[in-house]
Write a protein that binds this ligand. Structure first.
Ligand SMILES: [Zn+2]
Length: 462
């Protein structure tokens, strides 16, 4: 099948858009996967141009000339190509009239089919709304910081205050659209098994505004956020829970319990409160008692040198620097192996993107359900949205998990692994080690004082 790729650059106040080269790369990857032959790549620059007028958009005109029956039009995710409903309707009609399939977000639609018209229409409606929500939130955040310094009560992120019009005192707090959805999204994604890092990265890439007072999103911030009792509707006084609040919870108490279990699990070292500073503490196993006790290495200072030491029984000790160097070299070698890339995913960011797409669909579904609850749309529409979106979300999540056991490994693997390793934070390096290899520190044989790789056992994960 002949594929025509169509990309658009537009001014993007939400900061969620992709550059044209990124859009193009993703579209090309789709074509390659589907076995489509790319006949043309068309790009329009919308910045400063009047919307879809055609006048300023040579590629859009070219699209009309070139699209023919049996072709497939490939664009980047809906929220991009379908900036507004008007644009969507024009694209949809063009595809339907020409008998052209339309592919975005990893799916291909036939606009002459009712189901596909419904799904794409839903995408367009919701992406427009999503853009509005984010824009509103940006404005609100700007206004809030302008008012900083004035007393306004301590309302947690994700809520807003309802004030008594006479006294100006806060009488109630209610969920605030964008912020509350972010809190819920973070909780849901952690429950689904995503790492704090993956979510942080996604929030940053999407340009999701961080809570007031913060410069940017950080993994620990997200952890603290989802574990705040107030989001489960629990009142806290001087650090201790004192009862049930009157406000609407954003996370159920049951889910918050699960989140606590997940985020304080000692085997998930990246989620500990204090950021680890060493590559292998809590990761490398004692080669003597580790099988029975599960004992890992802790850091000790030995004659002025940092060393790893069996935490439970003190069976083995190893100088830190040469061991770190040895494991680092081995892991980088592994990351550079083409066979690893094959198992991790075709492109480094594939898994993260798939998760992001699943998240977008989930947010859409949620807003439909919310509208259904508020009576803005009929339950039949909500049911239809669920029927259409849930299988798509599930499929994306399955693909994401298949694409990478760890999104960070997926991102680091490849021919440039060494450079990326040295740019990465210690938390990311640790996650990569933990995902890829079991490190066991064996007792030193003989009396050699020099580090000997034979006294370490590396077992690569399949
Ligand atoms: Zn031991």
């Amino acid at each position: 099948m002949r594929a025509i790729i169509y990309c658009r650059v537009s001014s993007d106040p939400t900061g969620r858009g992709r550059s044209v080269s990124e859009q193009e790369a993703e579209c090309r990857a789709v074509c390659e996967r589907e076995g489509w032959e790319i006949s043309e790549v068309l790009t329009d620059n919308d910045i400063g141009a009047s919307r879809f007028s055609g006048k300023d958009r040579p590629a859009w005109r070219r699209l009309h000339d070139t699209l023919g029956a049996g072709d497939v039009l490939v664009t980047w995710v809906a929220s991009r190509a379908q900036r507004d409903l008007e644009a969507y309707v024009q694209l949809r009609n063009l595809c339907a009239d020409r008998g052209v399939l339309w592919s975005y977000s990893g799916r291909t639609y036939d606009l002459n089919r009712g189901d596909d018209r419904f799904t794409t229409g839903l995408d367009a409606l919701l992406s427009e709304r999503e853009a509005e929500n984010i824009r509103e939130h940006v404005l609100r955040a700007a206004r809030a910081s302008a008012l900083a310094g004035r007393p306004h009560g301590k309302i947690p992120y994700g809520y807003r205050a309802v004030r008594d019009p006479e006294t100006g005192r806060i009488v109630e707090r209610i969920p605030d659209g964008a912020g509350s959805l972010i809190v819920q999204e973070a909780a849901r994604r952690i429950l689904a098994g995503e790492t704090l890092h993956a979510i942080t990265r996604d929030f940053r890439e999407r340009g999701t505004p961080p809570p007031p007072g913060a410069q940017t999103w950080r993994p620990q911030m997200i952890k603290r956020m989802v574990l705040r009792p107030t989001y489960a509707g629990i009142r806290v006084h001087q650090g201790a829970p004192v009862g049930k609040g009157k406000w609407e919870p954003l996370i159920t108490p049951e889910d918050q319990e699960k989140l606590t279990a997940i985020l304080t699990d000692p085997t998930r070292v990246t989620h500990r409160g204090v950021a680890p500073r060493h590559l292998l503490t809590g990761i490398a196993l004692c080669g003597v008692c580790g099988e029975q006790s599960g004992s890992t290495m802790r850091r000790i200072n030995r004659k002025g040198h940092e060393a790893y030491h069996c935490n439970e029984n003190g069976c083995v000790t190893r100088k830190m620097k040469p061991l770190d160097e040895y494991v680092t070299a081995a892991v980088i070698g592994r990351l550079e192996e083409p066979s690893l890339i094959g198992t991790i995913g075709a492109t480094g960011t594939e898994a993260a993107d798939l998760y992001a797409q699943a998240r977008v669909l989930q947010a859409r579904l949620d807003s439909f359900i919310k509208d259904g609850i508020e009576g803005l749309v009929s339950s039949a529409v909500v049911g239809q949205a669920e029927k259409t979106l849930v299988p798509q979300i599930e499929e994306l999540e399955v693909r994401a998990r298949r694409a990478a056991s760890s999104p960070i490994v997926g991102e680091m693997a490849g021919p440039q692994a060494e450079a990326r390793w040295y740019e990465a934070s210690i938390e990311h390096r640790r996650e990569v080690v933990r995902t890829l290899v079991k490190v066991e520190i064996l007792p030193v044989r003989g009396t050699r004082r020099v580090f000997n790789p034979e006294d370490v056992r590396l077992t690569w994960q399949k």
